[in-house]
Design a protein around this ligand. Structure first.
Ligand code: BT5
Length: 324
């Protein structure tokens, strides 16, 4: 962490109470002039930091930037987000995460203010303007490749719970969309690198329309998407949101590593928008209509296509339909 980030951490954990320049300087083993220089630089970035000769510096307001130092202040996780790689702009955080996967520790998070080539599933595009939360988590669980979809479900539970924590009725549409009142607010893209029987790394990419203007989205998905800001009627504190998301992710991931996937699946089921719906599922090879009646232990969707006839779908696109 650089000195600027270290100073921000100290100011954030003090929650607006003043910290003296002398204390900062001695705790960080630098001169008071060095502290002052960084405070000046932070102010230039939009941080409102008050200073009083007797009391020191207090952080009044942060700009809407996903500064790693600020996210880490009060994070307290053991694995997830211990390292945060921040970019103002990138093609796709999933691409970057894949490139660095071999050389960084498990739990490293790649985050960007905006993506120029954000990616959805099956070659689709993910629009990623400024104001959103676009991040990828690098995981290295010692599991067989066929268990990777479990991490998509885990990420869905994580995102839905974090959004619910803001008082919004988030639900999960199979397999990986988070909806608020039927509109998509978050998408998840899981990718992996693996040997035949062992995963090298898994990248969990999470995209959340936090403070973005969905009115400016292309017509094609303008009406089917929403943002946290739109639903709440005010800007979201993205730093606090990311911190909560990472804390939640770690709690779920530690359970997953312990072999407890059941509780995660139970939570997924309880937040599912798809179970009980009439759906149209399109896979690479066919289209299936029926009632979604559940998910199995691997997260495959179970569809009743006719009287007592069941189909299991491991991967595909899901559309909720009106009941016939
Ligand atoms: C997804 O794909 O929902 C996965 C999205 C994952 C995005 C994250 S951001 C961080 C990381 N880095 C990346 O490059 N990607 C991940 P899919 O289920 O295929 O949905 C894509 C479809 O959602 C598009 O075809 C549009 O219809 C719609 N869409 C595109 N951008 C959207 C947005 N910002 N909000 C809501 N819907 C969007």
């Amino acid at each position: 962490m650089n000195l600027k980030d270290k100073i921000i951490v100290k100011l954030v954990v003090n929650k607006g109470k003043p910290v003296s320049g002398e204390a900062l300087a001695s705790e960080l083993s630098v001169s008071r002039a060095a502290v002052w220089k960084q405070v000046k630089a932070l102010r230039e970035e939009g941080y409102i930091i008050e200073s009083s000769t007797n009391l020191g510096y207090s952080l009044i307001k942060s700009p809407d930037i996903l500064r790693p130092g600020e996210i880490k202040a009060g994070l307290g996780t053991k694995i997830i987000g211990k390292e945060i790689k921040y970019f103002r702009e990138t093609e796709s955080t999933n691409i970057l995460a894949k490139e660095m996967a071999d050389s960084v520790d498990e739990g490293t998070v790649v985050i960007a203010e905006f993506q120029t080539e954000g990616r959805g599933r099956l070659g689709r595009k993910w629009l990623s303007p400024e104001g959103g939360i676009w991040l990828s988590i690098i995981l290295k669980p010692r599991i067989q490749p066929q268990y990777t979809p479990r991490l998509t479900l885990l990420a869905g539970v994580c995102a839905a719970k974090t959004i619910q924590g803001m008082g919004l009725p988030a639900k999960i549409k199979w397999p990986n969309d988070i909806l608020i009142n039927g509109k998509k607010v978050c998408g998840i893209l899981t990718e992996m690198g693996a040997e035949v029987d062992l995963v090298d790394y898994i990248i969990v990419g999470i995209g959340i329309d936090a403070n973005v203007n969905t009115e400016s989205f292309p017509e094609e998905f303008r009406d089917s998407s929403t943002s946290l800001r739109k639903e709440l009627g005010e800007d979201v504190d993205r730093v606090a949101f990311v911190r909560k998301l990472l804390i939640e992710f770690e709690a779920l991931y530690l359970n997953f590593l312990k072999g407890d996937f059941h509780s995660i699946l139970d939570e997924w089921r309880s937040m599912s928008a798809t179970i009980g719906e009439w759906v149209k599922i399109s896979t690479q090879t066919r289209t299936i209509y029926g009632e979604a009646i559940g998910v199995d232990g691997e997260g495959a969707l179970i569809i009743e296509t006719g009287e007592g006839q069941l189909e299991k779908i491991v991967a595909g696109n899901c559309e909720h339909l009106r009941r016939p």
